[in-house]
Design a protein around this ligand. Sequence first.
Ligand code: A2P
Length: 279
Amino acid sequence: QKPVTESTAKKVPTLPDAQTVTEVKHYTDRLFSFKCTRPASLRFRSGEFVMIGLMGDVNPKTGKQKPLLRAYSIASPSWDEEMEFYSIKVQDGPLTSKLQHIQPGDEVILRPKPVGTLVHDALIPGKRIWFFATGTGFAPFASLLREPQTYQDYDEVIITHTCREAGELTYGRDLIEALKDDELLNEVIGEGFWKKIKYYPTTTREESAKMGRITDLIRSGEAYADLDVEPLNPESDRAMICGNMAFNLELKDMLEEAGLEEGANSKPAQYVVEKAFLD
Ligand code: A2P
């Protein structure tokens, strides 16, 4: 076997699952989003995730490169021409230490096998839907908030987002602001559809308009009062949870206590939960 030099390493053929990066936006030193081309044959349901990554370094012993892949929620809606993802940056994270440096024109690997439980199919009909997110757990809701079915299925959509710092709310806030001008949603759902949305951003480690963990704010009743809504009720409420592990578990317990049952694709019920990706 020939030794691997820089010139032979570059001859590794483009992978069949390679997609081209079209846009990158940085929000804080811990967060960024990017868009890439969509595989022509890829169909997915808003809220699902795929495996995303980059080629790893060449192994000096074998001369081979292996893809480095992680599960990423698709942040773009099912009808969009492009794919969008929202990611953390971990300075020593195997993937995100590299992924944070991608530029338009670069290639990423996208395995076109979407899966996940944060989908409308996993919930039984209801009147109100709660999207509970922390950090990059906002990503699947960025997809679902741009999905017409969300507004066809529910009279009211409540999205809560808890982050450490105020700057970490920017991606979600910008996205919700932009919904007002979303042509497809205005056309399909009707002008003013966005009035169905109640947005509740909170921070825990930096001063902002609303401070505290959503779990505590719900327990104390403060969130209901701020939002001017009735407490959680298994008859009318459906919920999706996506955040860090401790948050997912705590909120799951709270929903169970309120009488909601966990659903799945194979057995739809009243709420579903998924862990946000961490490098
Ligand atoms: P806190 O700052 O009080 O830990 P992370 O960046 O660590 O994933 O956290 C994202 C957000 O989730 C932070 O605001 C964090 O609050 C919050 N959080 C962490 N654990 C829980 C939990 N069990 N319930 C509610 N929020 C939580």
